[in-house]
Design a protein. Structure first.
Length: 263
C-alpha cells in the first residue's frame, strides 16, 4: 500500500470565528464562517468514509489561519517533523500541534533554526522522494534542515521552485498515485515532475490543482468540471467538496488535514 496516498489517520482543526482575519494573497472578500463549517464537516465525513481515524481538534481563535493544519507539520510513517511557518502570525500553530503528534508518534522532531522557515503546503511527498518548493513561506535554510531531519528515516528531499505569485508549491499540484501528479501547466513546464505521469489542469481551472488522494478517493474542490472529468478519465474516483470559503484564504483540500499512517 502506498504510504503517500493511503492513510489510517488524519488530523483536522475546526475553523475559528477569527478566520475572517485570515491571511490572503488577494482580497476576494471575507469567508462566511457558517458555510466554511459546513464544507469542513463534509470534508471530515468524506475522510471518515474511507475508514480513517480522524482527530478533530478544537478551534484556536488566537490563530485565524489554524484551520490549515497541513502547514504545521510533515507526517511520515517513521515520525513527524514540526514545521516553522514563514508567516510570523502562524508560528504558534506549530507549537499547538506538537503535543497532538507526540500522542501518536514516538519520534517527533522540529525545525528550529532562527533563519529557517518551511510550511507543509510546500511539501509534496511521493513514494520515491519528498519535493519541497521554495516560496515566500519556505526558504533554503528550512529545506536544508528538513533534509537533515528526514535522512535517518530513509527519505530524500529534492528542492524545487514554486511559480512566482503562487503561495505554496501544492497550490499548483497534487499526488494522485505513486506515479501520477495533477499539475498546473505553469508548474509542470518547469520540468520538476520529469519521470512522473502528469495530468494537466485545464486552462482557467488552476485553482483545482490542489486535491488530495486519500485512500480510494480523490477529494477536489467543487466547481471545476473539466478537471473533475480529467481525473475521472484517468481512472480515479473523485469526490467534490465545497471550498469557496477556504479559497478566499488561499486554502485548498490538502491544507485542511494532516494525513498519515504511523508505524
Amino acid at each position: 500500500m502506498s504510504f503517500s496516498t493511503h492513510f489510517t489517520h488524519a488530523i483536522t482543526r475546526a475553523p475559528a470565528a477569527s478566520i475572517t482575519r485570515g491571511l490572503r494573497a488577494v482580497d476576494t472578500g471575507s469567508p462566511d464562517l457558517g458555510v466554511m463549517q459546513a464544507h469542513h464537516a463534509a470534508y471530515i465525513a468524506t475522510l471518515r468514509e474511507t475508514g480513517a481515524t480522524v482527530v478533530e481538534l478544537p478551534a484556536l481563535d488566537a490563530y485565524p489561519d489554524s484551520v490549515f493544519v497541513e502547514d504545521t507539520a510533515l507526517c511520515l510513517p517513521q515520525g513527524a517533523v514540526i514545521m516553522r511557518p514563514g508567516a510570523p502570525s502562524r508560528l504558534g500553530e506549530a507549537a499547538e500541534m506538537d503535543p497532538h503528534l507526540k500522542a501518536i508518534y514516538s519520534d517527533v522532531v522540529a525545525i528550529t533554526g532562527d533563519g529557517s522557515f518551511i510550511e507543509g503546503g510546500d511539501i509534496l511527498v511521493t513514494e520515491r522522494e519528498i519535493l519541497v518548493g521554495r516560496s515566500a513561506r519556505t526558504n533554503a535554510a528550512g529545506i536544508a534542515e528538513l533534509t537533515r531531519l528526514v535522512a535517518p528515516w530513509g527519505h530524500t528531499v529534492r528542492e524545487v521552485h514554486t511559480p512566482p505569485g503562487v503561495l505554496h508549491f501544492k497550490t499548483d499540484c497534487s499526488l494522485l498515485d505513486a506515479d501520477t501528479i495533477l499539475s498546473t501547466k505553469r508548474l509542470s513546464a518547469s520540468g520538476c515532475f520529469t519521470g512522473y505521469r502528469i495530468i494537466d489542469v485545464p486552462d482557467g481551472e488552476e485553482a483545482a490543482a490542489n486535491t488530495i488522494r486519500f485512500n480510494d478517493l480523490v477529494l477536489m474542490p467543487a466547481g471545476f468540471p473539466r478537471t473533475r472529468d480529467a481525473i475521472a478519465a484517468a481512472g480515479f474516483t473523485v469526490r467534490e467538496i465545497g471550498n469557496s470559503e477556504c479559497a478566499k484564504l488561499d486554502g485548498g483540500m490538502s491544507c485542511l488535514s494532516l494525513r498519515f499512517t504511523p508505524r
